[in-house]
Structure formats: C-alpha cells, structure tokens
Design a protein around this ligand. Sequence first.
Ligand code: FES
Ligand code: FES
Length: 161
Amino acid sequence: MARITVDVDGMSYTHDVEPRTLLVHHLRETLGKTGTVVGCDTSNCGACTVLVDGESIKSCSVLAVQADGAEIETVEGLAAADGTMHPVQQAFHEHHGLQCGYCTPGMLMRSVCFVRENPDPSEDEVREGLKGNMCRCTGYQGIVSAVMAYSQAAGEQEAGR
Ligand code: FES
Ligand code: FES
C-alpha cells in the first residue's frame, strides 16, 4: 500500500492505495467521485478525463500513486455550490452539446482544458483539440458549437465584460 494525498475539486483526501490502482478507480471507488466515468478502460474514449495540475489526462491511463500531491479537477467541481452551471455546462446546454452520461463528463473537462490553452480557437482547432474524446452515437457538431460559444463566453469573462 502507498499513502497518497490528492486535492479533488478543492477538498484534500489522504488514503492508502494499492500501487496498481488506477486514478479513475481511486476517484470513483474510494472518493465516491462517480461523475468521472469509465467508458473503455483502454485510454481511447476520453470518458474518464480529469484535469491533473491543469492538464487534461485520461484517468484510466495513470496510476493513483502518480497523482500523489496533485490538484485534480473533475466534472463534479464545475457547477457552483448552489447548482449554477459552469459556463462550459451552460454552453453545452444551449448548443445541444450534451451527450450521454459516458462521453459528456470527459468532453466537458477536455473542453475546459482546451479553452484555457487556446482561448480563441477556430472550429478546426476545436475538432483537433477534442479528438481524444469519442462519442460513438450522435456526431460532434453540437459539441463543437458549444465549445466555440464557451470560448467566446470565457474570453468575455476574462476581459471583464
Ligand atoms: S475510460 Fe479512460 S479513455 Fe476510455
Ligand atoms: S457516446 Fe455519449 S452520446 Fe454518444
């Protein structure tokens, strides 16, 4: 067992974990953060995407021990405590980017990271930026529109408008 401490959505958690435990399983099974989901378990789908020290990573592809000391952001930390949606959630809602419960959490987290990296993207850049996240059933146009709208909203917020 190895003792690790992670900060998840602003709360600190210390636990003993087996060295083979994947981060996604630590989040879901030990910390109860079930908003982060397992779609494929083979690092293909992006459903398990969380931000670790600001970088979007597929949490099924790293060990929990590798995240020791990290700050982790999950989909559960996006909305405000009173339930007000985060701007990325608002944009997905308004532009029909919401998909199933499997792909949506990862899409949202990857979108947050992507817009931080590229605040004024083109549609092609959005498609490129989200290529690691799959939706197998509905298509991506709503998602791309949502991320474009979110980047504009985030830019306006940044500019204090
Ligand atoms: S569950 Fe991690 S990429 Fe699919
Ligand atoms: S895989 Fe989630 S809506 Fe298609």
